[in-house]
Unconditional design. Structure first.
Length: 293
């Protein structure tokens, strides 16, 4: 029985739409995880109140305290009646996930409410996304709050604004962490080049449609970021080691069967390297797509 292509992707977060096709037309797909980063508050701006002496907004970038620890330099205290906002620079792309990371100490919601609001740029208004309902009474309480869809309304010029506001002035509160986990997806630009592979080609060729390469492995080590490799129909008995990548700027590098044809990567008799088990190896690669094999 013919061996079908098996993929090794040692950095799953960098593999997108990897599709293999068996002799029975079964498919499996591994989708790339969009880039997720934890973004710090910069700047912290007070509308009401001010940053206490000896404290810094930079400490909000990560969680440091627990229980009833009280290290003045490791948190920011907000006096009763305060109102402040953080700007989180998430960069370009489409927001696929936005979630606040919080570590709060202060009164419980039943005693005094502190709210978290996100600025809706489309409506030009603040939208409440959560409050201190998760917190115990004056003990460090960690939580996350996901912003509700549609997320595009919260991103403008690559930034998200979050407001922290007291409902009343009876008591202060403290934040040890106020960060934003942002998952952003990039929109690929048009392909920068198109290459061709054919069973009748030669790796000495330039990889054009008229003079295609012979092996997919040649393309996998030659194609430039953002390009497309079209593989003519037929069986390719080879091991493919992918050393190319796409990029955020150039877009995805795509490997696909030629339109209307099906290319098969067949591992029969192929000797793989030491420690390898599959005939397609992608290690620490990113922005790659495989279609129609």
């Amino acid at each position: 029985m013919r061996h079908t292509a098996l993929f090794t992707c040692l950095a799953l977060a960098s593999c997108d739409s990897v599709t293999t096709q068996t002799a029975h037309d079964d498919e499996r797909e591994v989708s790339q995880l969009a880039v997720t980063s934890v973004v710090a508050c910069n700047p912290l701006a007070f509308t009401i109140g001010s940053l206490p002496s000896g404290q810094s907004a930079s400490t909000l970038a990560q969680r440091e305290l627990s229980g009833t620890q009280d290290v003045w330099a490791n948190y920011v205290e907000f006096s009763g009646g305060s109102e402040a906002s953080c700007t989180f620079n998430v960069g370009s792309g489409t927001a696929a996930g936005l979630s606040l990371g919080l570590n709060y100490r202060g009164p419980q919601k039943s005693e005094m409410r502190w709210t978290f609001d996100a600025y809706d740029n489309a409506a030009q208004a603040w939208v409440n996304v959560g409050d201190n309902a998760f917190a115990g009474d004056w003990t460090w309480s960690a939580s996350s709050i996901s912003l509700p869809a549609p997320l595009a309304r919260f991103v403008a010029a690559g930034a998200v604004r979050i407001r922290y506001k007291a409902v009343g002035s009876a008591d202060a509160s403290q934040l040890d962490e106020w960060s934003l986990s942002a998952t952003m997806e990039s929109t690929p630009p048009p392909d920068t080049a198109t290459y061709f592979v054919s069973t009748s080609g030669s790796d000495a060729n330039p990889g054009t449609e008229a003079a295609p390469w012979r092996h997919i492995n040649k393309a996998a080590q030659t194609a430039i970021p953002g390009s497309t490799v079209k593989v003519r129909g037929g069986t390719y008995n080879e091991m493919v080691t992918v050393t190319v990548s796409g990029s955020a700027a150039a877009g995805y590098t795509t490997f696909q069967s030629y339109p209307g044809e099906t290319a098969v990567i067949d591992g029969t008799g192929v000797t793989v390297g030491s420690g390898a088990h599959d005939v397609i190896l992608m290690e620490n690669r990113s922005y790659l797509r495989w279609k129609g094999f």
